[in-house]
Design a protein around this ligand. Structure first.
Ligand code: MG
Length: 189
């Protein structure tokens, strides 16, 4: 089968990684509970930053956020590697900026994710992911972001939400942890 995955906040804990970096850079000690209650994908509200300042800070820190030691979610590496071992095709579909695509692909390999160069799609807008998902005729696709998921309600692909505080109002099958994937697959046979 063909499995497609978003990367940030679906496979790796990027926002929380950025949250810790922001605390350090802004010399603040905002509690993780504040982060966990955020209703937005963007994290600047937790630090009392306005949208423009928050966007500027994200752009400024982007390389450091992307390419340092952001952890993957528990079970993500093992799950994708076992899908790969079982002969499934694995695709990555990320809207990270074009200029970071090659570095992102290599970073994912270095973390131990099974990556085939031809199966790595990067640099599209959130609402353009659907074109790739349909073209590839994916059996399953996993993402966290409401703006992406809203575009995927009528596709043939079975779409699952990675459960996050900011996507609670999206009504779609939801996955809380990667170890649940085996059950999801057995229930969808
Ligand atoms: Mg994401």
């Amino acid at each position: 089968m063909k499995f497609g995955f978003d990367i940030d906040d679906t496979l790796i804990n990027l926002r929380e990684h950025a949250f810790h970096l922001y605390n350090k850079k802004l010399n603040q000690s905002v509690d993780l509970d504040v982060f966990r209650a955020l209703q937005t994908v963007e994290i600047h509200e937790a630090f009392g930053l306005k949208k423009e300042d928050g966007n500027a800070m994200w752009r400024e820190c982007m390389e450091e956020i992307y390419f340092t030691d952001c952890p993957s979610f528990e079970g993500a590496l093992e799950t994708l590697n076992s899908l790969d071992t079982d002969g499934h095709e694995i695709y990555y579909i990320t809207s990270r900026p074009k200029k970071y695509c090659t570095q992102t692909r290599e970073w994912m390999k270095a973390q131990g994710f099974p990556v085939k160069d031809d199966n790595f799609y990067c640099g599209m807008q959130d609402d353009e992911k659907i074109a790739t998902i349909m073209k590839l005729e994916l059996d399953y696709y996993f993402d966290d972001k409401p703006a992406v998921l809203e575009t995927l309600k009528d596709v043939q692909t079975k779409v699952f939400i990675m459960d996050q505080s900011y996507n609670q109002s999206v009504e779609m099958p939801r996955m809380k942890q990667w170890i649940e994937l085996d059950d999801i697959l057995s229930n969808n046979k």
